[in-house]
Design a protein around this ligand. Structure first.
Ligand SMILES: CC(=O)SCCNC(=O)CCNC(=O)[C@H](O)C(C)(C)COP(=O)(O)OP(=O)(O)OC[C@H]1O[C@@H](n2cnc3c(N)ncnc32)[C@H](O)[C@@H]1OP(=O)(O)O
Ligand SMILES: CC(C)C(=O)C(=O)O
Ligand SMILES: [Mg+2]
Length: 546
């Protein structure tokens, strides 16, 4: 017997399936069993054959397909009666390695109220049924149900009888999840000390999570000498569930130095096992679930992201790859910092100069305040908005609008002009966007015609980011006719027909429209200014009208 080896006894298909709404079809159970075998768990408790013909058939099929000579032991549960034991035994027949797991309560509460048996009668039944199971099978596990609420002296007596009658594993169920780590560890230690023959058998833990300490109790159990842990994928099971397989396995793996113990589980199969079970039972894994939850290897806060970028061990105790996930993730959100954001935009293929980067980062933070999930498409939109280098002659400082059924759409806009001069105006419109555009035009006072307005949602959901593109045609008297609108023609006198586009993104589509319009107007104003500058330069260089 390898003293450092902790056996992993998976009961997803028996105790796990007992959780409300967690039943699986035969084909699903078989697939879970295949995954458990791939993961190299030591024992699969495939079901409770006496429960129904369907359960018997599932156990039988798993025993046939998965219970190969180099595969796991296939166990089946049986109450302490011959009929259940017979059904368990016939169901596991095809397996190369078989185990009968029989149980009987030892707590006074159970004996008195559920079984209506005296302590003596229960001991007799335990002896008879363990002996019977052992007459059929070399590998017999006995569980004193409700062990943690049983009188310890009586529990030791029951376990002693089980060992004498041939039990090879003594499983100690905290059936109602009542125990705490210190207490459970002490109980395992006391069993090893007080049950004659306990050193010749495997002591096992079986902990329920009613107080949220099933994994802690299991670890306390192995620390005190247990060498089998009963557990389930994703911790599913009766009521609050069982100890989670992935958690106990990774605790022993990650803290091997502390425990000095090993399992043979292939840890990189854990994530797949979790996904398989979750999809079959239709119960999603909570994002904060240890080991396999979506957030387990994800970092959003800037300080953690900075640390992980420098060395992932600063904030990670195990790697995502070890449990079969693709890798860790730096999630960009309102708590992110510049280091992670820069790394991310570089990975997206952008090479922003410092100034653009600072602007995009500021806009990203602003967007995060307004939108729950900011993804790459949002970031792309922010970057393309920024690198257009729209000159900011007038800045949109404040926009307020009201509209609705029976209301005249109204907008108030505050602009910061050249030299930070402030202007404010209000206007009515046919809709909120029109009202905003009217108010802006009253202040900027440069005739233009809106020739195109398009809006689309970049991302999905109610908080999707809206992208607005506008095109305006300049109608300035001073402007000159040009064949090529980008060149300067000093001879033309007719009004120019130059077109400018603007682009805005925002979770509020009306504000995106305001941003887009300001972008187009600023380009138009900048072009006008460029013309004047060019004209002045031309005159200064000797150009004359004649
Ligand atoms: C802590 C645990 O997880 S224990 C496992 C629990 N899992 C399940 O119960 C799931 C499968 N169960 C079933 O399908 C059904 O309960 C069956 C088929 C096993 C039994 O069904 P029924 O015969 O209708 O009995 P029912 O479930 O109503 O009552 C349980 C009976 O088993 C007895 N019983 C319970 N545990 C044991 C035991 N370990 N050993 C012997 N008898 C037991 C009860 O005392 C009760 O007997 P009674 O009818 O003489 O009062
Ligand atoms: C059948 C036993 C082992 C059980 O599931 C429990 O007591 O929780
Ligand atoms: Mg249980």
């Amino acid at each position: 017997m390898d003293v450092d080896h902790v056996r992993i006894f998976d009961t997803t298909l028996r105790d796990g399936e007992q959780a409300p709404g967690c039943t699986m079809t035969l084909e699903e159970k078989l697939e879970v069993a295949r995954q458990l075998a791939r993961m190299r768990v030591d024992i699969i408790e495939a079901g409770f054959p006496a429960a129904s013909p369907g359960d018997w058939a599932a156990v039988h099929e798993i025993a046939r397909e998965v219970g190969t000579p180099d595969g796991p032991t296939i166990a089946a549960l049986a109450r302490a009666n011959k009929d259940d034991i017979d059904k368990a035994w016939t169901a596991i027949q095809p397996a190369a390695h078989k185990r009968i797991h029989t149980f009987m309560s030892t707590s006074d509460i159970h004996l008195e109220h559920q079984f209506r048996k005296s302590r003596g009668e229960a001991l007799e039944l335990i002896g008879e049924m363990v002996s019977y199971a052992r007459s059929l099978c070399d590998d017999v596990e006995f569980s004193p149900m409700d062990a943690t609420r049983s009188d310890p002296e009586y529990l030791f007596q029951a376990l002693k009888i089980a060992v004498e009658c041939g039990a090879t594993t003594l499983n100690i169920p905290d059936t109602v999840g009542y125990s705490t780590p210190q207490e459970y560890g002490d109980l395992i230690a006391a069993i090893r000390q007080n049950v004659p023959g306990a050193d010749k058998v495997i002591i096992s833990t079986h902990c329920h999570d009613d107080l949220g300490v099933a994994v802690a109790n299991s670890l306390a159990g192995v620390y005190a000498g247990a060498r089998q842990i009963e557990c389930t994928i994703n911790g599913i099971g009766e009521r609050a569930g069982n100890a989670s397989l992935e958690e106990v396995v990774m605790a022993l793996h990650t803290r091997e130095q502390f425990y000095g113990l090993k399992t043979q589980v292939v840890t990189r199969e854990l994530a797949r096992a979790s996904r398989t079970v979750s999809s079959f039972i239709g119960v999603p894994v909570p994002p904060n679930k240890a080991i396999v939850g979506a957030n387990t290897f994800a970092h959003e806060s800037g300080i953690h992201q900075d640390g992980v970028l420098k060395n992932r061990m600063t904030y990670e105790i195990m790697s995502a790859e070890t449990v079969g996930l693709d890798g860790n993730a730096l999630i960009l959100g309102k708590h992110s910092g510049r280091h992670a954001f820069r790394k991310h935009v570089e990975a997206m293929g952008y090479d922003l100069n410092d100034e653009d980067f600072q602007h995009v980062f500021a806009r990203f933070k602003d967007l995060c305040d307004r939108k729950k999930r900011v993804d790459d498409r949002d970031i792309e939109a922010l970057i393309s908005g920024e690198i257009q280098h729209t000159p900011q002659i007038y800045k949109l400082a404040h926009v307020q609008y009201s509209s609705g059924t029976g209301m005249i759409p109204t907008a108030t806009v505050r602009l910061l002009g050249p030299d930070e001069t402030e202007q404010i105006d209000s206007a009515l419109g046919t809709g909120p966007v029109d009202a905003i555009y009217q108010a802006i035009n009253r202040m900027i006072n440069r005739p233009n015609e809106l020739i195109e307005f398009s809006i689309k949602a970049i991302t999905e959901g109610l908080d999707a980011v809206a992208e607005v593109t506008v095109r305006i045609r300049e109608q300035s008297e001073e402007a000159r006719t040009v064949d090529d609108p980008t060149s300067i023609n000093l001879t033309g006198k007719r009004a120019v027909q130059q077109i400018f586009s603007g682009y805005g993104i925002h979770t509020d589509s009306v504000l995106a429209a305001a941003e887009a319009y300001m972008g187009a107007l600023n380009k138009m104003l900048a072009a006008g200014q460029a013309r004047i500058n060019a004209e002045a330069a031309a005159y200064a260089a000797g150009y004359t009208d004649e």
